[in-house]
Design a protein around this ligand. Structure first.
Ligand SMILES: *Cc1c(COP(=O)(O)O)cnc(C)c1O
Length: 397
């Protein structure tokens, strides 16, 4: 099928639940992706920070192929070899002890919310139920996670929402100080807000929040669904801050492109969950875990995290250089290969212009261009991106 035919069928048979771009990718390799008409693009969207090893990395493809021939699915009533190996690998690299596996970021956060609530109930009795999150955060699309998400646009129309959530401005420690109380069950934050505009938490803020959690018997949950698995130039973003929270959630890049999520916790908190408390039919299935094992091992040992740090720093400098040329650029920010340019104009025109020139980027909050290339991106890929970006941004002067 060509692009036109795919779009026609999609418009006829798919729910219009996202504003789709008229592009139909059919094949990918490394940082490149091709549409149904054969046009090539440099992919700096990476399936929204999913394809951290690029498209169809041979280690991930091989692991999926070998596992698919052996065992695709079996129930979590049994022990699953790739699942226990993945749990061990994540424990060894995150400072957490135990894992629960699911299929997405929203499910990982949903599990974290359930664990935190039950933990508070068992340890402190009823009433300690409030979960504090940040404005501009993003935690997923289930009812509980849109409620955790501090952006009204994701909540409107879906009321009644679950209770027990409140919001504070991000990076504002005194606001957090006023919000946290003995009724606080947990604080959930992204170390770098991705969907909310690439906002990096300060060390002062996160350390202060951790202290407040301590003092009030509240758990600290880091949503590293977007920032985790090497994206920011460390395996976890919280490692930039030398911080270990009580619960960490992961998804996006975890499976090297295959759907999988994880909720990790310290053992004294994880032990809150007793048999029957939480489960997922597909969560942690053999195929997803084999893909994730291959992806995480490659990211850890293949120099991928170091590459993300090096190319991220290089690209950041290049973007800052570019920003100086345009009055309409407000700020360049980010960490590792999660980078953003805040504009004083809408970003849509630049995104479209780049796409025409064979570069995929996206825009969050209407005015923040976001760059989330594969962590394996080369210097030439970055230079090519900067070249295209400059050419397109010149048109908006
Ligand atoms: C993408 C994202 C989620 C939701 O993940 P899904 O897999 O889409 O459910 C949650 N938190 C953060 C920080 C994310 O970036």
């Amino acid at each position: 099928m060509n692009t036109k035919e795919i779009i026609e069928l999609g418009d006829k048979y798919l729910m219009h639940n996202v504003g789709r771009i008229p592009l139909a990718p059919v094949r990918g390799e490394g940082a490149l992706i091709w549409d149904a008409d054969g046009k090539e693009y440099l992919d700096f969207v990476s399936g929204i920070a999913v394809n951290s090893l690029g498209h169809c990395h041979p280690e991930v493809v091989g692991a999926i192929y070998r596992q698919a021939k052996k065992l695709i699915h079996c129930s979590n009533l049994y022990y699953i070899e790739p699942q226990v190996l993945l749990a061990k690998l994540l424990a060894e690299n995150t400072g957490m002890d135990k894992a629960f596996f699911c299929n997405s970021g929203a499910e990982a956060n949903e599990a974290a919310i359930k664990l935190a609530r039950k933990h508070a109930k068992l340890k402190y009795g009823p009433g300690k139920v409030e979960i504090i999150t940040a404005w501009q955060s993003f935690h997923g699309r289930t009812l509980a996670t849109i409620t955790a998400t501090g952006q009204l646009k994701y909540q409107q129309g879906f009321e009644p929402l679950p209770g027990g959530f409140r919001y504070v401005p991000f990076n504002d420690l005194s606001a957090m100080e006023q919000a946290v109380s003995p009724a606080t069950c947990a604080v959930m934050l992204e170390p770098v807000q991705g969907e909310g505009g690439v906002n990096v938490a300060s060390r002062y803020y996160l350390e202060g929040v951790k202290m407040l959690c301590r003092e009030n018997g509240a758990l600290l949950i880091f949503d590293e669904v977007q920032t985790g698995i090497g994206r920011t130039g460390r395996f976890l973003a919280c490692q930039h801050y030398e911080m270990t929270p009580d619960i960490i959630t992961l998804a996006k890049a975890l499976g090297g492109g295959f759907p999988i999520g994880a909720m990790l916790a310290a053992s004294d908190i994880a032990s809150t969950f007793q048999p029957g408390d939480h489960a997922s039919t597909f969560g942690g299935n053999p195929l997803a875990c084999a893909a994730a094992l291959a992806a995480v091992e490659e990211i850890l040992v293949g120099g991928v995290v170091q590459n993300a740090a090096a190319e991220g720093a290089y690209m950041y400098d290049k973007l800052v250089g570019l920003a100086g040329k345009y009055d309409y650029v407000k700020e360049v920010r980010g960490l590792g290969l999660l980078l953003g340019i805040e504009l004083a104009i809408e970003g849509k025109g630049i995104v479209n212009g780049c796409q025409e020139q064979g570069l995929l980027i996206n825009c969050v909050n209407n005015n923040v261009l976001r760059f989330i290339p594969p962590l394996t991106v080369t210097r030439q890929d970055v230079d090519r991106t900067i070249g295209i970006l400059e050419e397109v941004m010149d048109r908006f002067k």
